[in-house]
Design a protein around this ligand. Structure first.
Ligand code: BGP
Length: 466
């Protein structure tokens, strides 16, 4: 393990920050998304209905608790902290010429505090926070105008935080645009009636990838120190059997994911990408100008999330992907717990792209309970994270994969993006808030807090739970 390996935790403004109208902030797509539960999807509104509960409005109020939270991160020994800049906090509607100074000031304070504590900020430029106005007025990422609005946003934050931020990521889990039925979080897409869904997804994806490439080029022109990465959800997948058809099924499942990585890491639509478009039945021509932009804006590293693995099989000519695997157990939310899948992910990506990797999300969403003595003994979380870190170390030390850092998801309990729940907790720090938004917001250390502190202090050598 390198001495300068980055250890920390990751969050996103829409799930953590709150202060949804404070400091001149406008509405983001998250601000009209209701809470739900494990079983039903989150309802999407077009405006804020009075009396309804929207989890993003308050998050867990980082907006007011940032100093206290950063102190706790520093106490654990973080050397990096990932957060997103809430786009409508800087451009409330998204298409303004000038940014909102109060929004910029908020992040100045955060970055100054982090740097003072020796913590590198790692910034996601767009993490499910597209300004709502851009969705309603322009149709979101279907529209090429979004590229210019996004670049204006990038230019402002690159300039403002030139000497404060080194690590950037352009779009969170961009590949989920293709994987979701309705890619609302990723691309702000709500389909119009009669629209060809595949075509919308391809166009929105292309526009986002061009925006990402242009942002990489712009960032490099502004600072030679910047490291700008993509961010994808890596879906480690196994063929269900050695039946060659299942091996092909696995490839088919990976194709939409490599489609984004190929474009962003190799700077072009490879045969995997063009054949995928053909399969989708989308006739899509790329202009010379865009071809050049993609070529000139390949990423410096691959940021990725890894939570679980899946199993693929071909049944009667149909691809079936399941989260059931007899060799691994499942979380309370049915996500397979597969630490070796992380080593597989690291090797697959590094073999394919030879680009440094940054684990920017990994973690266990679980129900935590406070016991009679007022403690939270989250051994399940320690076990999950410890095993994943051990597999990461093998990928680094034995397989010689280049990994920049490990920043686990939700070092403090925050709102779940998938369900809007609070009870799906990832943190080392408990936050007193429930699924309906009730609670004192008081922070409290779980058992895993001291454990992670020890892991960091030993640069990953000691992951034992004692
Ligand atoms: C990823 C997102 C995060 C985060 C995480 C956990 O997809 O990038 O924003 O929320 O998943 O998912 P959930 O919150 O649904 O448990």
């Amino acid at each position: 393990m390198k001495k300068d390996f980055l250890w920390g935790g990751s969050t996103a403004a829409n799930q953590y920050e709150g202060g949804y109208l404070q400091g001149g902030k406008g509405l983001s797509i998250a601000d009209v998304e209701k809470g739900a539960d494990q079983y039903s999807p989150r309802e999407i509104h077009t405006y804020v209905h009075p009396g309804e509960y929207y989890p993003s409005h308050e998050g867990v109020d980082f907006y007011h608790h940032w100093k206290e939270d950063i102190d706790l991160f520093a106490e654990m020994g973080f050397s990096c902290f990932r957060l997103s800049i809430n786009w409508p906090r800087i451009f409330p509607k998204g298409d303004e010429e000038e940014p909102n100074e109060e929004g910029l000031l908020f992040y100045d304070r955060i970055f100054d505090e982090l740097l003072a504590k020796g913590i590198q900020p790692v910034v996601t430029i767009s993490h499910y926070e597209t300004p709502l106005y851009l969705v309603q007025k322009y149709g979101s990422w279907r529209n090429r105008k979004l590229i210019d609005f996004y670049l204006r946003f990038c230019k402002v934050i690159f300039k403002r935080y030139l000497n404060k931020v080194k690590y950037w990521m352009t779009f969170n889990e961009i590949n989920e645009t293709m994987n979701q039925k309705q890619p609302y979080h990723q691309a702000g897409i709500v389909y119009d009636e009669g629209e060809n869904h595949n075509e919308v997804k391809v166009i929105a994806s292309h526009n986002m990838m061009v925006a990402s490439a242009k942002a990489v080029k712009l960032g490099h022109e502004m600072s030679s120190d910047f490291k700008i990465g993509c961010m994808i959800q890596y879906p480690t997948t196994y063929a269900k059997t050695c039946n060659p058809l299942d091996v092909l099924a696995r490839r088919e499942h990976m194709q939409p994911n490599y489609y984004y990585m190929d474009v962003m890491c190799r700077g072009r639509y490879t045969n995997l990408c063009t054949s995928y478009l053909k399969k989708l039945g989308v006739d899509f021509e790329i202009s010379k100008e865009d071809e050049l932009a993609l070529k000139e804006g390949t990423v410096d590293y691959i940021g990725f999330s890894y939570y679980f693995s899946s199993v693929a099989e071909m049944k009667d000519g149909k691809l079936i992907v399941e989260r059931k695997n007899p060799y691994v157990s499942n979380s309370d939310w049915g996500w397979p717990i597969d630490p070796i899948g992380l080593r597989v992910a690291l090797n697959e990506m590094y073999d394919r792209y030879q680009t440094p990797l940054f684990i920017v999300e990994n973690g266990l969403g679980a129900v935590d309970t406070i016991n009679e003595t007022g403690e939270i003994i989250d051994d399940y979380r320690i076990s999950y994270l410890g095993k994943h870190i051990d597999e990461m170390k093998k990928a680094i030390d034995e397989d010689e994969v280049d990994v920049i850092g490990y920043s686990c998801w939700g070092p403090i309990d925050i709102v779940s993006v998938g369900t809007g729940e609070m009870k799906k907790r990832y943190g080392f720090i408990y936050v007193d808030k429930d699924d309906r938004g009730k609670g004192t917001m008081k922070r409290m250390k779980k058992k895993s807090f001291d454990w992670y502190k020890k892991v960091i202090a030993s640069n990953g050598a000691d992951t034992s739970n004692d």
